[in-house]
Design a protein around this ligand. Structure first.
Ligand code: GH3
Ligand code: MG
Ligand code: MG
Ligand code: MG
Length: 321
């Protein structure tokens, strides 16, 4: 969760701070060229700055590009027995290789093929005879662009993940629940399968805060989240609705599961901090509701909430279905 947060805050800064791509790092490059004197020259120009591997067989090159984390593929347009542009289009169509930049090595009579290459998504080209400084500069540009877009993509991904995660407990949050529940209900209705939902609300949580302090209260919430997750099954979705309220979406109708959760909370005292210097007895009230013929997400949540209220008003630390 901390890792996600670090990446997301970086993305809030438009990816320009701690995860800024490292320009100085050696690039990992695959050169697809079957003429030794050409590849020798390219390797000589680049090997001081990058790790460069040579592959003369295009199909093998495609395979290697899919299996390794190359940051650039340099493709000679003059491969003996193979259309280099076909290799480029294959590189662009495979999920694993789609985002690796491609630099073409072309002769002056190749102009039309270069244009077709650019249409296929080739990133850049360089004309023979190859100028060493130009090659180094074009390679550097492609590596920089690749590293920048990769870091941006990672950061955006982290921000998206963070938006549906509760920061304190690491459980999914209310926003995620709303999307997930609507989908799960649609699917269950489609397949005619059961689906249940329980709302859990910690009993007298205000007095936990009042007695032990807000930090201890937070610690209880974290432990509570871990403990109920441990009792539940992989197929059950556990979310924090907010405050000391949690929701579990379950793919069947498990009154015994709800009872097991209630007992697990009551069964062991909660530490007030990571060193467990003091412990607090905690109980939870639970309301359980099953998907009905008409049920949309709101109706199901309302019924579970009503059941929860019944658990509270009849003495707490119990399950009402
Ligand atoms: P009941 O048994 O009726 O549920 O009583 P309760 O005290 O648990 O319910 P109430 O809704 O009155 O109080 C909930 C408390 O939860 C009040 C609020 O300060 C506390 N709370 C909400 N969110 C957090 C949080 O993130 N951390 C901590 N430590 N406390 C929180
Ligand atoms: Mg509450
Ligand atoms: Mg309350
Ligand atoms: Mg409560």
């Amino acid at each position: 969760l901390d890792e996600l947060r670090a990446r997301a805050s970086t993305s809030a800064n438009l990816g320009l701070s701690s995860r800024e791509p490292n320009d100085g790092e050696r690039g990992r490059i695959l050169l697809v060229e079957d003429r030794p004197n050409s590849s020798d020259r390219i390797v000589a120009a680049l090997r001081d700055y990058h790790n460069i591997e040579i592959e003369g067989r295009p199909q093998e090159a495609l395979f290697r590009a899919a299996e390794n984390d190359y940051e650039l593929v340099i493709v000679s347009l003059n491969l003996a027995d193979f259309d280099a542009l076909r290799l480029c289009s294959q590189l662009r169509s495979l999920e694993r290789t789609r985002s690796i930049p491609i630099l073409l090595l072309a002769d002056s009579e190749d102009r039309n093929r270069v244009l077709r290459g650019l249409d296929l998504g080739v990133n850049d080209y360089i004309m023979r005879p190859i100028d060493r400084n130009e090659l180094v500069a074009r390679v550097r540009t492609q590596l920089r662009r690749k590293r920048y877009t990769d870091s941006l993509r990672d950061n955006v991904q982290a921000a998206i993940e963070l938006a549906v995660v509760d920061a304190l407990t690491g459980l999914n949050n209310r926003r995620f629940l709303e999307t997930h529940l609507a989908n799960a209900l649609d699917q269950a209705a489609h397949k005619g399968r059961p689906l249940s939902l329980m709302i859990l609300d910690i009993d007298h949580f205000k007095s936990v805060n009042d007695t032990y302090g807000h930090d201890a209260g937070d610690e209880v919430l974290k432990t509570f989240a871990q403990r109920i997750k441990r009792v539940l099954r992989g197929a059950d979705l556990v979310c924090r609705l907010g405050g000391e309220e949690f929701v579990v979406v379950m793919p069947d109708t498990p009154l015994p599961v709800a009872e097991r959760v209630r007992a697990a909370v009551e069964g062991e005292k909660f530490p007030t901090d990571v060193k467990a210097t003091r412990t607090i007895p905690v109980t939870t009230s639970i309301g359980l509701a099953e998907r009905g013929a008409d049920a949309n997400a709101d109706a199901l949540l309302r019924r579970a909430d009503k059941a929860l209220y019944a658990s509270k008003s009849s003495g707490r630390n119990r399950v009402t279905a």
